[in-house]
Design a protein around this ligand. Structure first.
Ligand code: PMP
Length: 295
């Protein structure tokens, strides 16, 4: 059954200080963000009525805006309240939260110095990002590479950076895969199209150093959970010729959570004991059955 379109749903979206009925929450077609990708956003999940790592997501949104050269129209503390209130108003306990800010319509050109910065928060129900998550997803290789830090503002969670992610994900899906592994501008292993990546070899986890892509909040959480289990975590440059040497693989992201990977192109991985343990720990953590481990 097709998913209900995102512009045709019940409920309310918070935008620029008020709740508007979901179907009526609109922007003008001559919105700078739509033409020049001047938009930053967050993807978060709530579990049992509480947003996991809400403050860190709000801080990252403010930081992404700062990198893009604008200020959010509200403080981080106010954004925290808006997100919590929008979640409560949705009536959902387990939900996905999308907070986003963008340049409006006063100027339409590359320059948009005077444009109003808009802010919105929408909340919706969203199950697993991948079907059959615990079987391990099948990934292929992406044709697009993560750009160098002096080519794009790679530490902002900004809309423009997702152009190559959508291209890569569509190509993967066309070929029957769930996602794609992107290399970076140097040819090193980088990440999936919306999640970070980890590999297990000889009991230690290896993950690329996030120097040209997001150091995901889930990535940082997975590292803490692994360390709490006395699993060594090595952040380093990983070359594609190492892909054949790993036993397990998983990806991490607020939407993807911790998802085992069964295949990357010609390489296969076992959704094994370490991936399963961390999936379970992550679930216990987000539902507050265990506390966040120390750094
Ligand atoms: N990389 C990309 C490209 C992403 O879109 C995401 C999801 N925000 C991540 C990594 C993981 O980030 P997080 O764990 O903070 O959701």
């Amino acid at each position: 059954m097709a998913e209900q379109p995102f512009d045709d749903r019940d409920g309310f979206i918070w935008m620029d200080g008020e709740y508007t009925p979901w179907r009526e929450t609109k922007v003008h077609v001559l919105t700078h963000a739509m033409h020049y990708a001047s938009c930053v956003f967050e993807g978060e999940r709530a579990y049992g009525g509480q947003i996991f790592e809400s403050l860190r997501h709000s801080q990252r949104l403010a930081n992404s805006a700062d990198i893009m050269g604008f200020d959010l129209p509200v403080s981080v503390a106010e954004l925290e309240d808006i997100k919590a209130e929008t979640l409560a108003k949705s009536g959902l306990e387990n939900a996905y939260i999308r907070a986003f800010a963008w340049r409006g319509s006063e100027m339409m050109g590359v320059s948009a110095q005077n444009n109003t910065i808009h802010l919105a928060v929408a909340v919706w129900a969203w199950g697993d990002y991948f079907a059959d998550k615990m079987k391990g997803i099948r990934m292929t290789h992406a044709e697009w590479r993560r750009p160098a830090p002096d080519t794009a503002p790679c530490h902002a969670k900004a809309a423009g950076l997702y152009m190559i992610c959508t291209l890569s994900k569509h190509a993967a899906e066309r070929d029957g895969y769930a996602d794609a592994l992107m290399l970076d501008y140097r040819g090193q292993v980088a990440e999936a199209t919306g999640a970070n990546i980890f590999f297990l070899r000889d009991g230690a986890l290896h993950t690329p150093t996030p120097d040209c892509f997001l150091n995901g909040i889930t990535r940082q959480t997975a590292i803490k959970l692994a360390k709490a289990r006395q699993i060594e975590v090595i952040e380093r440059a990983i070359m594609p010729d190492e892909l054949s040497t790993f036993d397990e693989c998983f990806i991490t992201g607020s939407a993807a959570e911790i998802t085992p990977v069964a295949e990357i192109g010609e390489f296969t991985y076992k959704p094994g004991a370490v991936s399963e343990a961390l999936v379970e720990d992550y679930s216990d953590l987000v539902y507050r059955k265990i506390a966040m481990p120390a750094e």
